[in-house]
Design a protein around this ligand. Structure first.
Ligand code: PEP
Ligand code: MG
Length: 766
């Protein structure tokens, strides 16, 4: 039996011999795609190794009855098995065959006259599991890669290390979760000539950022591509039309250093010559060549591909290609294209910011104050200065919502996204421009309002996505934000791992009475019952998954229309006024009532409900709140998840002390954190363009907090609007955040982003 198989002898049907990666490479090699040559040390070689050395039964014993959710046990078992493999030498006959073929690889030169004798060349040794990189197994890049290996002894060592990597904790966990039988998954080691890249990068044959199928996206850097994956340099970005191969976009970013291989085979950071730093990394002709190759590979596999490429001396090599399992073609093209049905219609009469996508045509109802709310009938377009939580019932009836004020994190934006209602915010003068009864078409996708009723394609009116990729497994938990108990079932259908934020203000507003009024009237139990009902619905829909309820955070200007709301104090700046934990401690009966509702839910079996304190700035706020929780019979962090929101810069600075006082988790409220860090009113549309959660100051705070929490074993999470931004999700995953909460409408997108990022990080580590 031969223990190696060269690429020329492999094809896509060789998974059982060379694993997913190896068979892919063989397939491409034989289709004339320029992949560096190499061979697979076959899965059968590995199988024979574990049989003849008799370690197979030992491995099976280690894995028997393992509890994969017990992290310590999982890590320990993984280490034991890997150690066993590393310390068990490969039988001599297999070693010889690997070494001979490695030498042959050295003789395989591009130029015929160089075919003189075998020499030692740099190779990459990669593991390729027989259940890996398959379209249905999206989270599979667990096994190792060893780059720049030279010398036959080293190659043999790297092969053994690849075999051992079949038993990393992650790989074991992944197989158990996906119900792969451990003994049926074998591993091949791919030995492939290294390209000494002077330029390299990645290529997606669909646009992963926008899910546009028709675009090829290429990222390119000088030197080795690792710099892209690790995020150390900003790559050039090229977008190409897949059909015409026309270059649609070229973005050149400055690159001052690159990673290059030195003579010893070590990767070394080197300065890029000044004159090259800001020039396009690959030529237009090469971009088109790459796109042509990408298209060919995609056509060959019949599905979008994620490709790694490298250029050495102007020769393009394809180093890897795998299916983009995270790509989901857009079922609904939400371009917001609409056509006028009558002459004179179609004029844009108003512009604003997209808060929730979609298109809707109907009649305007302008709401000047709360007393007019009952004007809204099913399907009306609600137009108002700014929505407040007490408008939610009316918002639920509305077909679309348009406001004068607000940005992405304002109340109207948050709630309309949750409801899937098209919404435009920050138009400045919608309440003047639009008249009661007027017929308009709200194209929220494009942030514009047209005069008259336009023909709206049916897809544009689809409110919710019905399909969710619940089978994608991510190490980072993906949760939802949920404020409307009526939508709990819908939110749970996303397969989310829990609810990272329940804003109880909406259910309070639905009850029509201000919490302080319940106190004044001595009706605390009614308040408790109201909360129990709303939270209970969510806790039921998310049974056995954590549901973090935030204590009330009611700004004094927002709830004036509730019964008793007129007694709220007038403040110059309610945003930084008497609300959240500071108010609840001034009126501890309120905090106690909210805790009591949660305690009673626990007593009824809903012990998945946890508590989160908003707007914390002092440790003693936490201490006092914990004492109140104890006074009603629940021990914080032990009987109940008890966390704080990180939404003030102060909380970031005192994070060490907060952790020492004892919390189960923190959750970033990036809406307030950004507002307070950047000194920007989040509801002011005039400065909305400056509101950016990715500002380095905010990211710096987040980094500090996560690092500190990790030292204290405190879980980290996000529940601000930024958790719905893929770039924030990527940033947080890199820092090792434990969970991310997003809006229901983007859960799937975030899940895909996180899966992709986790995979990237694993590859980076290998
Ligand atoms: C936040 O500030 O990020 C947050 C989640 O709370 P809210 O939007 O309710 O202020
Ligand atoms: Mg907040």
């Amino acid at each position: 039996m031969s223990y190696v198989a060269w690429f020329k002898d492999l094809s896509k049907d060789s998974i059982a011999i060379a694993g997913g990666k190896g068979s892919n490479l063989g397939e491409m090699f034989n289709k004339g795609i320029n992949v560096p040559n190499g061979f697979s040390v076959t899965a059968q070689a590995y199988a024979e190794y574990i049989e003849t050395t008799q370690i197979k039964s030992q491995i099976e014993q280690f894995l028997q009855g393992i509890d994969i959710d017990n992290t310590e046990q999982l890590q320990h078992t993984a280490q034991q098995i890997q150690q066993l493999i590393i310390s068990t030498p490969i039988p001599e006959n297999i070693v010889e065959e690997i070494e001979d073929n490695y030498e042959l690889l050295g003789a395989d030169k591009d130029q015929a006259h160089e075919l003189v004798e075998g020499t030692e060349v740099f190779v990459a040794v990669r593991s390729s599991a027989t259940a890996e990189d398959l379209p249905e197994a999206s989270f599979a890049g667990q096994q190792a890669t060893y780059l720049n290996i030279k010398g036959k002894d080293n190659v043999v060592v790297a092969v053994l290390a690849c075999w051992a990597s079949l038993f990393t904790a992650r790989a074991i966990y992944y197989r158990e979760k996906n119900k792969f039988d451990h003994s049926k998954v074998l591993i091949s080691a791919i030995v492939q000539k290294m390209v000494n890249s002077d330029r390299s990068g990645i290529m997606f044959t669909v646009n992963p950022a926008t899910n546009v199928e028709n675009e090829i996206v290429i990222e390119a850097v000088y030197g080795l591509g690792e710099m892209i994956v690790s995020g150390q340099v900003n790559p050039n970005l090229y977008i190409i039309d897949k059909k015409t191969r026309e270059i649609k976009k070229i973005e050149v970013k400055k690159q001052e250093v690159g990673l290059f291989r030195n003579e010893q085979g070590e990767n070394e950071k080197q300065d890029i010559p000044k004159e090259d730093q800001t020039t396009q990394v690959v030529t237009d002709a090469q971009i088109k060549d790459l796109a042509r190759i990408g298209k060919k590979i995609e056509e060959h596999y019949g599905m979008p591909q994620d490709i790694e490429w490298a250029i050495e001396n102007n020769n393009i090599f394809i180093v890897q290609s795998r299916a983009v399992t995270t790509f989901k073609p857009k079922k609904v093209e939400t371009t917001g294209e609409v056509k006028p049905v009558n002459e004179g219609h179609g004029e844009i009469i108003l512009k604003g910011e997209t808060a929730s996508k979609g298109v809707y045509a109907g009649k305007v109802k302008v709401i000047k104050n709360a007393s007019e709310l009952n004007k809204i009938e099913n399907g009306d377009i609600l137009v108002t200065t700014m929505t407040t939580p007490d408008m939610v019932p009316a918002m639920q009836k509305a077909g679309a919502i348009v406001t004068n004020e607000g940005g992405m994190t304002c109340h109207a934006a948050i709630v309309s996204r949750e409801m899937g209602t098209p919404c435009i915010v920050g138009t400045e003068n919608a309440t003047d421009v639009l008249k009661d009864g007027q017929e308009v078409t709200v194209n929220a996708t494009q942030g514009v309002v047209f005069r008259g009723i336009m023909e709206v394609p049916k897809e544009e009116t689809v409110k919710h996505e019905e399909h969710y990729d619940t089978d994608i497994i991510t190490a980072t938990e993906i949760k939802v934000i949920l404020d409307l108990p009526d939508l709990a079932e819908h939110a749970a259908a996303t397969g989310a791992d829990g609810v990272g934020l329940v804003r109880i203000e909406i259910m309070i507003a639905n009850g029509g009475i201000h919490p302080a009024e319940y106190l004044r009237q001595g009706k605390v139990q009614s308040y408790i019952d109201l909360l129990k009902e709303g939270i209970g619905k969510i806790a039921t829909a998310f049974a056995h998954k954590p549901v973090w309820v935030r204590c009330s955070d009611m700004r004094t200007d927002e709830y004036r229309n509730l019964q008793g709301g007129d007694q709220e104090p007038k403040e110059t700046d309610p945003m930084i006024g008497w609300h959240a934990i500071r108010r609840l401690l001034d009126e501890p009966e309120l905090l106690k009532a909210e805790f009591q509702a949660v305690k009673e839910l626990h007593d009824d079996g809903h012990d998945n409900v946890g508590i989160m304190l908003p707007f914390v700035i002092n440790v003693d706020e936490l201490t006092k709140a914990k004492d109140i929780m104890r006074s009603i019979g629940l021990e914080p962090c032990k009987d109940i998840d008890f966390g704080v929101m990180i939404e003030t810069p102060a909380s970031c600075w005192i994070i060490d002390e907060l952790c020492k006082e004892g919390i189960s988790f923190v959750s970033f409220g990036t809406n307030d954190l950004t507002q307070l860090t950047l000194g920007l009113d989040r509801n002011n549309q005039r400065i909305a363009k400056l509101f950016d959660e990715m500002h380095p100051a905010v990211l710096g705070e987040i980094t500090k907090v996560i690092e500190t929490c990790k030292r204290h074993n405190v879980k980290t999470s996000i529940c601000g609007q930024a958790g719905s931004r893929p770039e924030m999700a990527e940033f947080l995953v890199r820092l090792g955040v434990d969970s991310i909460s997003s809006n229901v409408d983007v859960v799937d997108e975030i899940r895909h982003t996180v899966a992709q990022m986790e995979k990237k990080l694993l590859l980076e580590k290998n």
